[in-house]
Design a binder for this molecule. Structure first.
Ligand SMILES: NC(=O)c1ccc[n+]([C@@H]2O[C@H](COP(=O)([O-])OP(=O)(O)OC[C@H]3O[C@@H](n4cnc5c(N)ncnc54)[C@H](OP(=O)(O)O)[C@@H]3O)[C@@H](O)[C@H]2O)c1
Length: 239
């Protein structure tokens, strides 16, 4: 396949959907994946006409889904150029949405584990499935959608499950980038800022377009671009 191929997880709405649309608009074959096939099909109606897209069901916690996508990409495309690990949850907000922020004294270990399973291991599974193909082709751009809430330098109280999952995701960025040093496969973490999505809520300060811009920047880095970094709006931020 001549076109570059971009795979996006959690692409049924929010930042994943807008990133997929922008990459498709830029000429990539954008593979929109989501665990809810019905929601994905519905969302797809808003994808700009004339773009090259593919829709696929994928729950990042299911190894079988990841393997099946890898088989599809290998046989139909022979390449995976961009991987945007976007799928994520923030389930601590369900504890008491009207009450105080969820404290590490009350968030159950099971909630931490569930969040880790999606936000961290989901990206890990996807990296294990697609980075070998990128390495073989000596081209790849991996964007792990992280958060300022995972920054150790600015670590605050509350939201332990989400915070820990994103700090660990940042560690994965560093590990995979180090293992791929000397290749043209770049692995970076990006914080989109506080964006008005279902997760970010209506009070968030940034538009979807503002949040998407920094993700697309990392997904389309040229060969001189950075790897193993943490960025917001294309600017490095502390771990
Ligand atoms: N919005 C913000 O302010 C903000 C700030 C910093 C970082 N982020 C990060 O940005 C990313 C996107 O968030 P968003 O704001 O766009 O949130 P969103 O609107 O809630 O979208 C999250 C997406 O992830 C999907 N997802 C959840 N669990 C999944 C799973 N097991 N497998 C596959 N897909 C799954 C959701 O699909 P379902 O419909 O199936 O649940 C949905 O499509 C997340 O990683 C989030 O942590 C967001």
């Amino acid at each position: 396949m001549e076109k570059r191929v971009a795979i996006i997880t959690g692409a049924s709405r929010g930042l994943g959907f807008s990133t997929g649309c922008e990459l498709a608009r830029r000429g990539y074959l954008a593979i929109f994946t989501a665990r809810d096939g019905v929601a994905l099909n519905h969302a797809a109606k808003a994808i700009p006409a004339g773009t090259d897209i593919h829709l696929m069901s994928l729950d990042v916690t299911r190894q079988a889904d990841v393997d099946s996508l890898a088989r599809f990409v290998t046989s139909h495309c022979g390449r995976a150029d961009v991987l945007v690990n976007n799928a994520g949850i923030l389930i601590e907000s369900s504890i008491d949405s009207a009450g105080p922020d969820p404290s590490a004294f009350i968030v159950a270990p099971e909630m931490v584990l569930k969040t880790f399973e999606i936000n961290t291991l989901g990206a890990y599974r996807m990296c294990q499935a697609f980075l070998p193909m990128m390495k073989k082709n000596n081209y790849g751009r991996v964007v792990n959608i992280s958060s300022g809430m995972g920054q150790l330098t600015d670590m605050g109280a509350d939201w332990p499950a989400y915070r820990v999952s994103k700090t660990a995701l940042n560690a994965l960025t560093r590990i995979f980038a180090a293992e791929l040093s000397g290749t043209n496969v770049k692995v970076n973490s990006v914080c989109p800022g506080w964006v008005r999505t279902r997760m970010g809520g209506k009070s968030a300060t940034r538009t979807l377009e503002q949040g998407t811009k920094g993700i697309v920047w990392a997904a389309t880095l040229d060969d001189m671009g950075p790897t193993g970094g943490f960025f917001r709006d294309g600017t490095p931020i502390d771990w």
